[in-house]
Write a protein that binds this ligand. Sequence first.
Ligand SMILES: NC(=O)c1ccc[n+]([C@@H]2O[C@H](COP(=O)([O-])OP(=O)(O)OC[C@H]3O[C@@H](n4cnc5c(N)ncnc54)[C@H](O)[C@@H]3O)[C@@H](O)[C@H]2O)c1
Length: 423
Amino acid sequence: MITVIGLGFVGLTTALGFSEKGYRVYGYDIDEKKLNRFKAGEVPFYEPILDKTLQKHSNNNFMMVKNLEDAIKNSEMIFICVGTPSKEDGSVDLSYISEAIKNVLEKICKSQYKVIVIKSTVPPGTTEGIIKPFIESFGFEIGKNIGLTSNPEFLREGYAWEDFMKPDRIVIGEIDNKSGQLIENVYKVFNAPIYRVSLNTAEFIKYLSNTLLATLISYANEQSLIAKSIGSIDIKKAFHILHLDKRWFGEPAAMTSYVYPGCGFGGYCLPKDTKALIKRSKETSYSPKLLESTININESIKDFVVCDVVGKVNKNEKIGILGLAFKPNSDDVRDTPAKAIIQALINKGHKNIIAYDPLAMNNFQETYQLPIVSAASLTSLLSQVKYVVILTSWDEFIENTTIIKEKVVFDYRYLYDLKSSFC
Ligand SMILES: NC(=O)c1ccc[n+]([C@@H]2O[C@H](COP(=O)([O-])OP(=O)(O)OC[C@H]3O[C@@H](n4cnc5c(N)ncnc54)[C@H](O)[C@@H]3O)[C@@H](O)[C@H]2O)c1
């Protein structure tokens, strides 16, 4: 059996969704008025389908309780779905979570293993760094007499039922395998891909998603301000035409390849055109902050790469650079991040550099004439170095993962999983 604590958009949908899948679910909310409305078959907020589902499952699979005693005693897992509002300084108010967990722990008998599932959105590091010690302060040992997982929710208001019942992915953050497995088993009936990751990764994925959406909206709004300041631009039409770009819809070069970290953008177009639009907009009166940050972050990420390598590799060591082109499947080296990074490494005293690129080797050497050695092949480079720094995501580097991973790898294109990376 399952208990859901906090019956708002997320909690009520979760409780009814599990009920629909055949689980017996207890629901509890601190707000008695809300509970009374539920008992009368009413959903106190607008969310399609939930009212009919509430009426269908109430007192069958879904039981609302005013006292948690029996619910906790009978449940294997307790989903915490209370609010996590912002405080004035931007940090998250965790008091609802701690209140709810305290209420649960006071009713748990330590001889029965139960899993606490944090479904509320909390910043990366919260479950491990704050919630875990909080639970331990009640004398519990995570993984021994209690389980703890994170299970962020991705539903959208207005589509809550549809999103919960047909999830595109289910994320389970865990520290102990037993609780991860229990939660995975519960979700198997949803037939969706299930990803079991660390607690911090699970929490981060939720913020990755929401901050991307927030940034995209601000991007669009900033562009509308740029367009207005330049004048005679049909903003509606321009955005509709932007939406026709085939990269939104998949291969080749789908938009996902742009929403992936690396060591900076380069090439002939992105740096030049971003700078030009900033300049043009400023001439007309609007100073585009997001675009300026875009350029600044592109410089910072290269600085980070250089500091990271310099901090971890001795100046006398030979460094192998993998990738010189600004992107794979191209021999273009104009404004390639590799140029700035190699130049900065040399300036900082790392003069023993050997590089390999499947296509761009000659172009790079002719264009920049840096004091580095060219390797004739990947294997030749690997035979000469202990450290490799990946700067372009060529397929050849993915196909040769095993031999590359024998080296100390600085994987700045995130080709490999975390364990193989030196960063
Ligand atoms: N609303 C969304 O679209 C959405 C989507 C994904 C994730 N989330 C996250 O899920 C969490 C819940 O969001 P929501 O929109 O459902 O919030 P909500 O405000 O609609 O519901 C929270 C419920 O928790 C109850 N509550 C508070 N303290 C409690 C306690 N100690 N014991 C029992 N009940 C208690 C409140 O009375 C309320 O009914 C938040 O962390 C939110 O960021 C929300």
